[in-house]
Structures are given as structure tokens and as C-alpha cells.
Design a protein around this ligand. Sequence first.
Ligand code: FES
Length: 184
Amino acid sequence: MNSQSGEPPTMETATTRRGFMEWFSWALLGLGSVAMAIPILGFFLGPILKPRADEWVDFGPLTDFPQNSTRLVDVLNPLRGANDGMTGKVAAYVRRIEGETFQIFSTHCTHLGCPVSWFKESGLYMCPCHGGVYYEDGGHASGPPPRGLYEFEHRVEEDRLMVKLGHLPTLQNPGSAHVSGKNS
Ligand code: FES
């Protein structure tokens, strides 16, 4: 029945209505696909189109770092994503030599990136994966790593230690870090 005139629909109006519904369904599907694709495209293309720079992170007051000592600090990565969870953290070894003289090391081995551990007793960083060893000043001591540890830029601001962090350093792209040690 035609709801407005009370007459049954003709072949022509039925075809038109069916055509419209098909068109409308395809349009809805298209809109849904575009809406779903935007965040996915943004995830993959965002870093390429607009790479984010490393940022300064507050590591705390200088009094947290005794002179002539090394300690592990973990902070939130300023470039973390909303869903990164625990992987949004980044760790660094802070070595305070004296006064405002520091070295800030990435925990990533310069061989294949395993996390190195600091051994105060021997004054060495050791990598559990293939036996890489680094001196207290980050220089390469032995094993397969080709260079010393990555060292982050840092500065002291109003008695607080600030460290430039973000992208994980690699030999090809150390970001704001540089490679420490005699053979860097
Ligand atoms: S990853 Fe550290 S020695 Fe290979």
C-alpha cells in the first residue's frame, strides 16, 4: 500500500525506492569505511608526515643523585601513545660524576638493543644477550657491541636534572643521544 495516497506502489516507484535504498546503503558503507580508515591512516602516516621531536624530561632534583654514583631512573616517554601502557616508559642510567657533571646512558646495548645492567662492584655495564661489556663512562670494554653506550643530552635547570628523551636511539638514528666512549 502507498502510505500517502492509499494506492499500491507502482513498478516505477518500487524501483526508485529500491534504487534509493541501494544507493543509501552504499553511501553508509562508504562513510563507515572512511571513518574507520582515518585513525588507521593517522597511526601509520602521522610519524612520517609530522615527526615529533625529542622533549626535555624532568628527572628530579640534583639531591636525588649522590656524587660519584650511578642509578637507574625510569620515566614516561614524552612521545608515548595513548595505548602504550608499560611500554610507554623509558629507562636511563644517571651517572653523577661531581657537581653538575653528569652522564645519562640509555639502557639499550649498542649491539642489538638488549637492556644492559649496571654492576656497582665491578664498575661495569653488562649486556645479558651476547656478553657485551661497557665501562663506567659508557665506553665499550669487550664483546660484540660496536660502540659505547648511547648518551642522552641533558642540562641542569634550577637545581633539577633535565634530560632530552623520546625516540629510542639506534646507531643509524641516535636522535638526541650520542654514542659515548673512546671509540665513538
Ligand atoms: S645485544 Fe648486547 S651484546 Fe648483543
